[in-house]
Design a protein around this ligand. Structure first.
Ligand SMILES: Cc1cc2nc3c(=O)[nH]c(=O)nc-3n(C[C@H](O)[C@H](O)[C@H](O)COP(=O)(O)O)c2cc1C
Ligand SMILES: CCCCC(=O)C(=O)O
Length: 329
């Protein structure tokens, strides 16, 4: 891969403290196994916002897949479909959502709220018509994070020949993605009026925001700091998870992304109350290394490791894990 593009995929904001801390937070947790109780077949399946998943690991929305592999987002979607999980298509995808949907697996669509409401509605309708089953609204990006690697590399836009295909307006012109600092909670209420799709908010870290999310009738929240690409110094997601879980009090599912790299990481997040996790960079790395097969192998490996870790932790199903099975040292 072009090292400039690799820096885009791997990098984060500022001094990349949060990028590093997301992974480190998992290293500080230890699993306390239970014994002699997880009898019978294990079952990794779960359902989130109406979408059944073979395992509680989804593909996080990440931008610009054609820069990682010529087959782009379509390959990622094929890899996800092969393992029976959902892919969240980024608004900054380099292929049209209709084409990505041809892979056949369940898709959700990630939206950056745009200041042009008519255009926002147009994009949402398009995702809906393409068969996307949920809308993931990214709320941690009122402005764009300062990515030092990209600034140093002069990487400010897609190279020519590539476009954010889902940013085409009705006239076929590609708009640039705006970060909308004017979007408030009323925008979520507005979105609920323009789509019947379940809405999940991505980028919740504060328990008070989690409660507001419940009050605004969303179908779920994703505890996320955008993989450390927005606010450098933001709390590691695993550290933020317990308070968010307590705040929503079982009313909606809580998902988490950031730093999930292996099956035991998934066990820790589930035990602390996440319904499912999403993975960003591991999927991009799989895509870069081997296209659809690489994505499939990265996700299969996580599912296999999760199955093994569940068995050894004494859980038959993800919901059997309990918070007392994780300690912090
Ligand atoms: C290269 C890259 C591009 C991303 N693009 C988007 C995006 O378009 N929309 C979005 O909501 N999040 C985006 N994210 C954030 C991811 O959805 C997710 O929060 C993060 O990658 C999870 O952390 P992980 O990479 O450690 O798994 C991006 C992350 C990366 C690494
Ligand atoms: C305008 C592209 C946004 C991509 C993104 O969210 C990221 O790189 O983290």
């Amino acid at each position: 891969m072009d090292p400039v593009h690799q820096d885009f995929f791997e990098g984060g904001a500022g001094r990349e403290r949060t990028v590093a801390a997301n992974e480190r937070a998992f290293q500080r947790r230890w699993i306390v196994p239970r014994v002699l109780r997880a009898t019978g077949d294990r079952d990794l399946r779960t359902t989130v916002a109406g979408t059944p998943l073979a395992a509680p690991v989804l593909v996080a929305p990440t931008a610009f897949h054609r820069l990682a592999h010529p087959d782009g987002e379509t390959a990622t979607a094929r890899g996800a479909a092969a393992v029976g999980t959902a892919m969240v298509v980024s608004m900054a995808a380099t292929q049209p959502v209709e084409e990505i949907a041809s892979a056949g697996g369940p898709l959700w669509f990630q939206l950056y709220p745009q200041p042009d409401l008519d255009f926002t509605e147009y994009v949402v309708k398009r995702a809906e018509s393409a068969g996307c089953r949920a809308l993931v609204v990214t709320v941690d990006s009122p402005v764009f994070g300062r990515r030092e690697r990209d600034l140093r590399n002069g990487f400010t836009d897609l190279p020519s020949g590539y476009a954010c295909e889902n940013m085409r307006d009705a006239a076929g012109r590609v708009r640039s993605i705006a970060m909308d600092a004017t979007a408030g909670w009323d925008r979520i209420a507005w979105l609920r009026g323009v789509t019947g799709l379940p809405i999940l908010l991505k980028g919740i870290l504060h328990p008070a925001d989690a409660r507001l999310a419940v009050e605004h009738g969303v179908a779920g929240v994703i505890v996320s700091n955008h993989g450390g690409r927005q606010l450098d110094g933001a709390i590691p997601t695993l550290d933020a998870l317990p308070a968010v879980v307590a705040a929503v009090d079982g009313q909606i599912p809580v998902l988490l992304d950031g730093g999930v790299r292996c099956g035991t990481d998934v066990v820790v997040a589930l035990a602390l109350g996440a319904r499912a996790v999403l993975v960003g960079r591991p999927v991009v790395r799989g895509l870069a290394a081997g296209g659809a097969v690489g994505v499939r192998e990265a996700l299969e490996r996580l599912a296999t490791e999760l199955d093994l870790a569940l068995a050894l932790a004494g859980a038959r199903r993800p919901v059997d894990l309990t918070p007392d099975q994780v300690v912090t040292r």
